[in-house]
Design a protein around this ligand. Structure first.
Ligand code: PGA
Length: 258
C-alpha cells in the first residue's frame, strides 16, 4: 500500500457563475498557473451542470479537468431532474462529487443514496470524490471517529477497480463556507482516522483531500499537514487567481505519511 504522491487541487463552484464568466475565469487561472498545471497536481473545477461543457473545453487546453457536483443513480430512465453519469462522461466530465455535506444536510441525502450516486458514477467510467465530515455537534460529542466510520461504510464493498478511481474528501461541516478552518493538526487527525479505516477495512490507502474554508492564505500550511494529499476548495476557487495560488501551494509542499 504505497502512499499516494499525486496532489489534488479541486474547486467546487457550487451554484455560482454564469456562461459569460467562464472564459475570463479560465484565462485568469491559466495565466496565474504560468500556462499549465503543475506536474504533480491535478487541478479540477466542479461547475454547475450547465457550465460543464464550456468548462471542459476551456480547461482541456491546459490540463484542467472538470467534475460535476453530483450525478444521477442510473444510466438513464424516469428520474426527473437528475443528470445521468453517462451523459456527464459524454461531455468529457472526469469527476463527480458524492456526498458533499450540502447534499447530505441541505437536501437530506442519506448514506445509501450517496453510495448509489458514487457507484453509478464509477460504472460510467467517472472518478469519484467521496465526501465525509462531521457537524460541530458531532465533534463536540466526541463522535468524529464514529461519524466518519458510518459515512465510509458504503465503501467497504468497493472493488479494486472502483478504488483506483476514488479519492476521499474530509470536509468538517462546521468549516464549510464559515470562514472557520480546521487547523492543520485537526485536519491531520481526521485524515488519519479516514486512512486507518481504509487500511483496516478495505486494505487501501486512497488520497485524502481536506476541504472547509481553504484560502490562498491558509493553503500552504494545510497542504503541508500530515496526511493531506489535496484540497477541495469552495469560495476561494471562484477566483482563478486565488485558486491558482492554492494549486501552487500544493505543488510546493509534499504530502507526508498518514
Ligand atoms: P468553502 O467550501 O471552501 O467555501 O468552505 C468547501 C466545500 O464546500 O467544498
Amino acid at each position: 500500500m504505497a502512499a499516494p504522491t499525486k496532489r489534488y487541487c479541486f474547486g467546487n463552484w457550487k451554484m455560482n457563475k454564469r456562461p459569460g464568466d467562464v472564459p475570463a475565469y479560465f484565462a485568469d487561472l491559466r495565466q496565474a498557473l504560468g500556462g499549465c498545471c503543475p506536474d504533480n497536481v491535478e487541478v479540477a473545477v466542479f461547475p454547475p451542470f450547465l457550465l460543464l461543457g464550456e468548462a471542459v473545453q476551456a480547461g482541456e487546453v491546459f490540463q484542467v479537468t472538470v467534475g460535476a457536483q453530483t450525478c444521477g443513480t442510473a444510466e438513464s430512465g424516469a428520474f426527473t431532474g437528475e443528470v445521468s453519469p453517462a451523459l456527464l462522461a459524454d461531455f468529457g466530465v472526469r469527476w463527480v462529487l458524492a456526498g458533499h455535506s450540502e447534499r447530505r444536510h441541505k437536501f437530506g441525502e442519506s448514506d445509501g443514496l450517496v453510495a448509489e450516486r458514487a457507484k453509478a458514477a464509477l460504472a460510467a467510467g467517472l472518478s469519484v470524490t467521496f465526501c465525509v465530515g462531521e457537524t460541530l455537534a458531532e465533534r463536540r460529542e466526541g463522535r468524529l471517529e464514529a461519524v466518519l466510520a458510518r459515512q465510509l461504510e458504503p465503501l467497504r464493498g468497493w472493488t479494486a477497480a472502483q478504488w483506483d478511481r476514488t479519492v476521499i474528501a474530509y470536509e468538517p461541516v462546521w468549516a464549510i463556507g464559515t470562514g472557520e478552518t480546521a487547523t492543520p493538526a485537526q485536519a491531520s487527525e481526521a485524515h488519519r482516522v479516514v486512512a486507518r479505516w481504509c487500511r483496516d477495512h478495505v486494505q487501501r490507502q486512497p488520497a485524502i483531500l481536506y476541504g472547509g474554508s481553504v484560502t490562498a492564505a491558509n493553503a500552504a500550511e494545510l497542504a503541508a499537514a500530515d496526511a493531506v494529499d489535496g484540497l477541495l476548495v469552495g469560495g476561494a476557487s471562484l477566483d482563478g487567481k486565488s485558486f491558482a495560488a492554492i494549486a501552487r501551494a500544493l505543488a510546493e509542499t509534499k504530502g507526508k505519511a498518514k
